[in-house]
Write a new protein. Structure first.
Length: 221
């Protein structure tokens, strides 16, 4: 890298300021949002979360008592509502049967064990599991998404074929294990990806523009 990950972080934080992510009122709301945001824009998730909040259902037991069709109707704005309702119900079943719906009880379990158990649930992949661990439970795991991969690969900071695990390891091996910093760093990379490092990039406006390889973008993506 032409700059360390810490230097990139400092530059992004200076350019954009704190992102205050994840936007949620409770850890359980984070967990619900982590499932609903799969393959959709956050604005759609906000509408679905608002439906649940207005119905006073942002509680594991209350949400579990809903019928599948009732849940589907409430989360419809998030898209793919039948699939996401099924995924949510599997997560809820896990929370209820394993922890009696208590996130405090969940917090007593090791990160490695929780990650393994979350990944075993229907519809919970690495990004969703790690979002729950980092944003809901404050565990120092780095979340990798499409934006993160795109920024790193376009700057040639990681191999083009690097997968989720390799990218995550790149951050976790080169930064102090600090959940607050991982939280902020991921949010800043999402901001870069959303506003600048897009399918049609706006490199000339990006605060990382001078860190591109000499020949320009390394990976079109």
């Amino acid at each position: 890298m032409t700059a360390t990950l810490d230097e990139v972080y400092d530059r992004l934080l200076q350019a954009f300021g704190p992102q205050q992510w994840w936007p949620a009122e409770t850890p359980f709301e984070v967990m619900v949002g982590a499932v609903l945001v799969q393959n959709t824009a956050w604005k759609n998730v906000e509408r679905a979360i608002a439906n649940l909040r207005e119905a006073a259902l942002l509680d594991p037991h209350a949400l579990w008592r809903l019928s599948p069709s009732e849940l589907e109707d409430l989360i419809r704005p998030a898209g793919s509502y039948r699939i996401k309702a099924r995924r949510l119900r599997h997560l809820l079943e896990y929370l209820i049967t394993r922890f009696d719906g208590s996130l405090d009880a969940m917090a007593d379990v090791s990160t490695d064990t929780l990650r393994e158990e979350l990944l075993a649930l229907y519809g919970i992949g690495p990004e969703t599991a790690d979002s729950i661990l980092l944003y809901a439970l404050g565990r120092a795991v780095f979340v990798v998404d499409t934006y993160t991969a795109r920024v790193l690969k376009r700057h040639a900071w990681i191999e083009p074929e690097a997968d989720y695990h390799a990218i995550q390891e790149h951050f976790e091996a080169n930064l102090d294990r600090d959940a607050a910093k991982f939280n902020e760093y991921h949010a800043l990379l999402v901001h870069v990806g959303h506003h600048f490092c897009r399918s049609k990039p706006k490199c000339e406006e990006c605060p990382l523009r001078d860190l591109l390889p000499a020949g320009g973008i390394a990976e079109p993506m």
